[in-house]
Design a protein around this ligand. Sequence first.
Ligand SMILES: [Zn+2]
Length: 303
Amino acid sequence: MVASALNHMDLWLRQGLPRPGRLPMVPGCDGAGTVSEVGEGAGPWAPGDEVVVNPSIACGHCPACLADRSVDCAQWGILGEHYWGTHGEEVVVPGANLVRRPPGLSWEESAAYGLCALTAYRMLQRARLRAGERLLVVGAGGGVASMAIAIGARTGAEVLATSRHEAKRRRALELGAAEAFATGGPVPVKADVVVDSSGSATWAASVRSLARGGRLVLCGATGGARVELDLARLFYSQQEVIGSTMGTYREFAEVTKLVADGLPVVVDSVHRLADYPSALDRLGAGDQFGKVVLDHRGVTTTT
Ligand SMILES: [Zn+2]
């Protein structure tokens, strides 16, 4: 590993949510590095190849995998949750879970885009966001939210964002949002697609922001998983609530191409691997905009 990136998963894992099947456990979903060894049947890789790791692992040969629905594979799992992850000196992954590092990206950017871009991309695919529609991204600042803003703008949607922080609202505008509002305040327009993974904290406001025919898509519930929903309003307004997580192998290849073509990867800060606890604290405090990245260079490998 040359660099890896932090995700909310790492905070959950530190709290034992979920409790790892066995200890010790290496966390970390995202990362980039060079191939050091290639096992039999691992594909076209050779030592020295510069690669990015796709954290969404599936078996590759079941009916779901063969139908391009690897997220529905019975053996589907996430690197750093179900498998030893990327916050170590080395990681072992299936050859299918590597892509070539996009030219022109720094190691930090290469390590940072995987999970958040994959998740945001699939969410907007599932919500069927089209050019000319209005997208509201709630809670700009996290990796998925900043990617949703950038991908939405690139799709040709009118992107709105909310954040509690003035500085994050400014950054959202730089990423392509047309307007940014304070979280909790009124959003004066309705959106065709709302991206909100904050859970119960922002749920009511997000549902109120849905236009007729609107789709609310979520990939998490960081602020609480129990919400109330007015079903009459939902069906009368032809609205949808869509759950989504991670993405397929095809979708990972597609976001890698988007990033290679210039989709911005926002790195909040870079920490040394040895400073892992303070990097986690940075993420836990919620003050970041974009990805918190670990630089593994300078770590002595003991193997
Ligand atoms: Zn499968």
